[in-house]
Design a protein around this ligand. Structure first.
Ligand SMILES: NC(=O)c1ccc[n+]([C@@H]2O[C@H](COP(=O)([O-])OP(=O)(O)OC[C@H]3O[C@@H](n4cnc5c(N)ncnc54)[C@H](OP(=O)(O)O)[C@@H]3O)[C@@H](O)[C@H]2O)c1
Length: 228
């Protein structure tokens, strides 16, 4: 597989951490936000040396895989045409401090990444990089080079799975396939899996009991008693 060029939209806590991990892994990392490139460049040169700072438009145009590391409520501002045909790894989560105290974007019947996929209808959206805090991402990769931590993902695009798994592995994680995008809800804030930095076996064990948890019960209730 040709090494995909990774574009990171968003240069905050998550974006800069992923940029550092990606550069460390030898990947080509292009990163940008809504600031002038000159304003952001010195930050990236300090936080993620080796990553290429560019405008958000150039990040999208140059990337094979685009990671969304922006507030969920800002995804609606993205131009679907610019992202058409791209594999998009949606790391966004609904976060009330940023996105508003009332969640008007996603629900127990529709995961936030399904909303992102509906907006970016011509992109291959996968939910990934959601359940681990930015501070843990780096620590866990360094601390467990062999017993890698599970990075769960979900997508409706089976043909994208090999590339997604390649990228997650390259960043230092053990890919954990949750299946279709609707199952990505189990990675969102409030879920017992949210915040977990654990091995695939530990992740599977928690997943096996998730639907007995209060969070899982809310999903089942919202989906008419079905979890498939
Ligand atoms: N922090 C974590 O541990 C963590 C873990 C997993 C997932 N997440 C999710 O990842 C996303 C980012 O979180 P964060 O903590 O990194 O937030 P953050 O520190 O506030 O950074 C957000 C970045 O997005 C940029 N941005 C906003 N709108 C943009 C747009 N339309 N185009 C390009 N860049 C844009 C912001 O820059 P400007 O506004 O200056 O352009 C900023 O660089 C959120 O959805 C969050 O829920 C975070």
């Amino acid at each position: 597989m040709t090494e995909p060029v990774i574009g990171i939209l968003g240069a905050g806590k998550l974006g800069t951490t992923l940029a550092r991990l990606g550069v460390q892994a030898g990947l080509t990392i292009n990163i940008g936000n809504r600031h002038d490139v000159a304003d952001l460049k010195w930050i990236i040169d300090t936080m993620a040396p080796g990553a290429h700072t560019m405008s958000a438009a150039d990040v999208i145009a140059s990337a094979d895989v685009v990671i969304l590391a922006i507030p969920l409520s800002h995804v609606a501002d993205l131009d679907p045409a610019a992202l058409a045909g791209k594999l998009v790894l949606d790391a966004t989560n609904y976060w009330k401090e940023v996105d508003g105290t009332v969640n008007r974007i996603s629900s127990f019947t529709q995961s936030s990444s399904e909303v992102v996929q509906a907006h970016l209808a011509a992109s291959q959206v996968a939910k990934a990089f959601n359940h681990m805090g930015y501070h843990d991402l780096e620590i866990e990769v360094d601390r467990h080079p062999t017993a890698r931590r599970a990075m769960a993902y979900a997508t409706d695009h089976d043909a994208s799975r090999p590339v997604i798994e390649h990228v997650l592995q390259a960043f230092g994680f053990a890919p954990f396939d949750l299946g279709p995008l609707r199952f990505g809800l189990v990675l969102e804030p409030g879920s017992p899996l949210f915040g977990e930095a654990i091995t695939p076996a530990e992740f599977q064990a928690k997943l096996d009991t998730l639907y007995a948890s209060p969070f899982g019960q809310k999903i089942i209730a919202a989906r008419g008693g079905k979890i498939d």
